[in-house]
Design a protein around this ligand. Structure first.
Ligand code: AN7
Length: 373
């Protein structure tokens, strides 16, 4: 057994990094693929459903897989600072990996619209947090403009090294299952992650994909194939922020799932290629469905993901019930981020399960007995 040191070292031969590039890592990756045992039965769906719990990465989201590679390459190229726009998770990851690398991070976030835990992360890691009076899409536009002249490397997913890191989630799934699942469901914001997964599955199958347009230079990824099949990729958006369902950008995106409050996805073309090549689909979910599924998963399986992440499972359950996903299928849902980042969304509904009693044995016993039924 050797010490696990993150996705770059684990998949070095599949990374378009210079051999001499020093990996900036926090041990990201190797997240659990948890088979749901209670929820499918309770919901009356017949399928092998797994959740890939990316909330267990070092900063609590899948962004760490991409950030380790983007920051490694930025440092290798001599950058002293990185910049991103973010709905929260990218800023947390950028801040942490910049701290690890000893460089500066600048993060643009929509004022008042990111989960508190994510803001705390950016602050604690010493990033300069620029709160803009606008949304993610405004921030992204500003980042592109500023980076034209300022000596900063963009680490949003338009940076091709990000997707190279994020593809490793698919590698891990194929290794764990011994094959690709039939369906892979995930939340879609900028659509970088769905593209990255498709790249990962394609590499695992040794198959070409038009999504390799997202590659840095002309990286040849064929020849790694060990499995034959790729999954159908299914992307879910929040109804108030669903540009893929509207056929174009959404001007004022709104959703309780602030991580995917994105109206102008940066990987628009790539995502449609994935849609076509994988014969998948996009769909949308109401905020209430997303929150109900977040709760259901937490209460029945002990897995606490953030609202955006729950949309993957909410969508999968609906599509299973409607037989869009056939019974008996193997389905993997990516739980992109950790629920602990966004306690507000849970607590604003009131504190269920909270009881006040006197500090006295009898009172505590009564409280228990009433609920043990
Ligand atoms: C939990 O942090 O865009 O479709 O700026 O945080 O690859 O954009 C976050 C995105 C899903 C969507 N789930 O992924 C950001 C940001 C969670 C997320 C997505 C995000 P993409």
């Amino acid at each position: 057994m050797s010490r696990y040191t993150g996705i770059i070292e684990a998949y070095r031969n599949r990374m378009p990094l210079a051999p001499g590039a020093r990996a900036i890592s926090l041990g990201e990756g190797r997240t659990p693929l948890i088979r749901l045992e209670n929820l499918p039965r309770l919901e009356g769906v017949e399928a092998e459903i797994y959740v890939k719990f990316e909330g267990l990465n070092p900063t609590g989201s899948f962004k760490d897989r991409g950030m380790t590679v983007a920051v490694t390459q930025a440092v290798y190229e001599g950058s002293r600072a990185i910049i991103c726009a973010s709905t929260g998770n990218t800023s947390a990851a950028a801040a942490a990996y910049a701290a690890r690398a000893g460089i500066k991070a600048f993060v643009l976030i929509p004022e008042g619209k990111i989960a508190l835990g994510k803001l705390a992360q950016a602050v604690v890691h010493g990033a300069t947090v620029v709160q803009i009076r606008g949304n993610f899409d405004d921030g992204m536009q500003l980042v592109k403009e500023v980076a034209e002249t300022a000596p900063v490397a963009i680490v949003n997913s338009i940076n091709p090294y990000r997707l190279q890191g994020q593809k490793t989630a698919a590698f891990e799934i194929v290794e764990a299952l011994g094959r690709a699942p039939d369906f892979h469901c995930l939340p879609v914001g900028n659509a970088g992650n769905i593209t990255a997964h498709w790249i990962g599955y394609s590499e695992s199958a040794g198959l070409e994909t038009a999504a390799c347009a997202a590659y840095p230079d002309s990286w040849d990824f064929t020849g790694f194939g060990s499995v034959r099949k790729r999954p159908r990729m299914v992307g879910y958006q929040a109804a108030g922020s669903a540009p893929f369902l509207r056929g174009g950008p959404v001007k004022n995106p709104e959703t309780v799932a602030t991580a995917i409050r994105i109206g102008n996805p940066q990987s628009w073309d790539l995502a449609w290629k994935v849609h076509e090549e994988s014969q998948g689909w996009f769909d949308e979910l109401e905020d209430a469905e997303i929150l109900a599924t977040q709760r259901l998963l937490a209460e029945t399986e002990g897995v606490f993901c953030e609202p955006a992440s729950a949309s993957s499972l909410a969508g999968a359950l609906r599509d299973l019930k409607q037989c869009k996903i056939p019974a008996g299928s193997t389905v993997v849902c990516t739980l992109t981020g950790n629920g602990m980042k966004d306690p507000d969304v849970i607590l604003k509904d009131g504190l269920t399960g909270l009881v006040q009693v006197d500090a006295e044995r009898g009172a505590v016993e009564r409280a228990l007995l009433e609920r043990l039924g």
